[in-house]
Ligand binder design. Structure first.
Ligand SMILES: [Zn+2]
Length: 300
């Protein structure tokens, strides 16, 4: 550490917490690499990509949207901050904007009386989620529009001369749009998972084989957009928070092939959007039928 300090004068300009936390992050990265299968070897950070640093010490929130940080001083924030004690913060930069994040204890929300006991959720291809109570969460429209813009800006970047100021401008615009797309997706997913965890005592989802599905090119975009892993992660912690139970039906449970009325099982190629039961004549939307089967999975 002493060597680094003597060679790099900038070391004295920053809080000592930033490099200390970087070392802790590195330690965790190595631990993950050694203990979690499929977790890759730690890679170097690159300036300009996922820029962030950590601060701790005397941090105070002043008058709602001002926060006092060690070394940096008073910073005004866009959002009103909760007046709580803060131990440490992480500051990050995304698409040219700075963000501050910190943890604080909130008094546990009381478990609410649930609107419905069991709900089955089919996540997927045409809609973000189809639920067994008939609710559907479509893929957000704004997202589609932003995506169109994304490819337009992408083309614009390619037309500009490398290293030019105009290219830098175009890159910034592209980054902002990327961020917007990501934000829309995150927001939709959060709304869905909160609604599920808050209002239902048992939520049944399917264990999707995401990597297997990504190989199917037609499905790739939709699944990648919805982020099944993130969906599961959010549901898991929110269910804990609202004292609900999350049930994950195994991968081989044929939720889309079973008739949710009579239990008959038949092949359902992906292009078939309606379930027509060959046994009892039951007709339903493919995803809705699957959601009801997931709900029934618990009752069996
Ligand atoms: Zn049937």
């Amino acid at each position: 550490m002493r060597e680094v300090k003597s060679e790099n004068s900038w070391y004295y300009e920053v809080s000592k917490c930033a490099p200390q936390q970087a070392l802790r992050d590195l330690e965790r990265a190595f631990k993950n690499f050694l203990t979690i299968p499929k977790c890759g070897f730690p890679v170097f950070k690159k300036k300009g990509k996922k820029d962030s640093f950590y601060l701790e010490g005397s941090i105070h929130i002043l008058r709602g949207n001002y926060i006092k940080l060690p070394r940096i001083g008073i910073v005004k924030t866009y959002e009103i901050l909760p007046s709580v004690p803060v131990k440490n913060v992480r500051i990050s930069k995304r698409a040219g904007d700075w963000y501050i994040s910190f943890k604080y204890d909130e008094c546990q929300p009381k478990p609410l009386t649930k609107k419905r006991t069991i709900i089955g959720v089919d996540v997927g291809i045409n809609a973000l989620a189809t639920c067994s109570d008939g609710t559907t969460y479509g893929n957000v429209k704004a997202y589609k529009q932003a995506k169109k813009r994304l490819s337009r800006y992408q083309r614009r970047v390619q037309k500009k001369e490398p290293g030019s100021k105009n290219r830098a401008k175009a890159v910034k615009k592209l980054a902002k749009t990327h961020k917007k797309v990501a934000d829309i997706r995150v927001d939709a997913l959060h709304k869905l998972t909160t609604w599920l965890a808050k209002n239902h005592s048992t939520i049944v989802i399917e264990d999707l084989n995401v990597s297997g599905m990504l190989k199917n090119h037609k499905l790739a975009s939709a699944i990648a957009d919805c982020g099944f892993y993130e969906f599961k992660r959010q549901l898991t912690y929110k269910c804990e928070c609202y004292e609900s139970q999350l049930v994950i039906a195994p991968r081989f449970y044929p939720s889309s092939q079973i008739c949710s009325r009579c239990g008959h099982q038949q092949k359902m190629p992906l292009h078939e959007r309606t379930y027509n039961c060959a046994n009892c004549g039951f007709q339903a939307d493919r995803d809705f039928n699957a959601a009801v089967n997931l709900e029934n999975y618990v009752n069996k």
